[in-house]
Design a protein around this ligand. Structure first.
Ligand SMILES: C[S@@+](CC[C@H](N)C(=O)[O-])C[C@H]1O[C@@H](n2cnc3c(N)ncnc32)[C@H](O)[C@@H]1O
Length: 293
């Protein structure tokens, strides 16, 4: 398995797949297709699934592992959800899923420059076709102030200033080319000591969010998702860090106050102990949802 999908049972329940077996479900973050496969396994003959991802490589993995006539796959940013639906001949869906962030496939695939152990060039672009700005550009071309701001705003990194200074000192002599070079520098800012999480975790998260504009596109996509849901249709979002979760929480609350959706979760659902034991990346997952009124 390339990626263990999180909270599959909860997602299927929240999407209400079993009561809409001939409905249309859109998976905005198909990844390696774990949730997609589970949705399709519960759909009827006339049910349809559209899987979207902005990473062509992982989309190819999902396509070949799912291989189902009821499924369609689209290489796109999920902000283009409405256009994708139209291209597939639809205007409305019965359920829409966002499982945010990156997949294990991307993190473990060292050629993509996401992982702090990788000796490959810093990259972190999910969409390598259109996007020009990579993690290498962030680290080697932006000003110290800008780097510090990114580490603080998108990684809540308390040592952002020190890391920013070390990056600037180091790149005066030579560019910082690989993921490992950057993570070793961050380890230095932590005096070589850490307990649970690797010290580079927050900075890598921050740079990835900046490179892929993850927070900006999320707000836009949640708004457009509501526009293409049928009445009674369900919107489900899994987030993995507090910055994402805050946007999802506020957006669903606002739509609820505007009378557009009923909240399906007052508090987010989290993975149970067993799941976390088997799949540690489920630890930070938070599932929220709403039903269009
Ligand atoms: C956590 S993984 C999804 C895993 C998937 N649910 C599974 O079961 O295998 C997130 C996926 O969303 C994709 N992604 C993230 N942001 C995106 C965006 N703005 N538009 C389209 N795809 C996006 C990533 O490329 C990645 O493949």
């Amino acid at each position: 398995m390339y990626h263990n999908p999180v909270m599959v049972k909860e997602v299927l329940n929240m999407l209400n797949v079993l009561n809409k077996r001939n409905g249309l479900f859109v998976d905005c973050t198909v990844g390696a297709g774990g949730h997609g496969g589970a949705i399709l396994a519960n759909l009827g003959e006339r049910g349809r699934y559209i899987g979207i991802d902005q990473d062509n490589e992982i989309l190819a993995v999902a396509k070949s592992s799912i291989n189902d006539e009821r499924a369609m796959f689209y290489f796109a940013n999920f902000t283009g959800l409405k256009d994708v639906l139209e291209e597939c001949g639809y205007t409305k869906a019965d359920g829409i899923l966002f499982d945010l962030g990156v997949s294990m496939y991307q993190l473990k695939n060292h050629t993509r420059g996401f992982s702090f152990e990788s000796t490959q060039r810093l990259d972190m672009r999910m969409d390598t076709n259109g996007k020009e700005l990579s993690a290498w550009d962030v680290v080697n071309c932006l000003s110290e102030e800008e780097i510090v701001r990114i580490l603080r705003d998108f990684g809540q990194e308390t040592r952002a200033k020190l890391i920013g200074r070390l990056i600037l000192q180091r790149r005066k002599d030579n560019p910082i080319n690989t993921c490992l070079e950057l993570s070793e520098l961050i380890v230095k800012a932590y005096g070589g000591r850490w307990t649970k999480r690797h010290p580079a975790t927050k900075s890598f998260q921050a740079i990835r969010i900046y490179v892929n504009r993850e927070l900006e596109v999320l707000q836009e996509a949640l708004d457009s998702a509501l526009g293409v849901l049928n009445t009674g249709g369900r919107l489900c979002v899994i987030s993995y860090h507090s910055l994402e979760d805050r946007i999802v929480k506020h957006s669903l609350r606002q739509k609820n106050m505007d009378g557009q959706i009923a909240l399906l979760t007052k508090k987010p659902l989290c993975a149970d102990e067993n799941e976390v034991r088997e799949n540690p990346s489920a630890r930070s997952a938070k599932l929220r949802g709403g039903q269009k009124i």
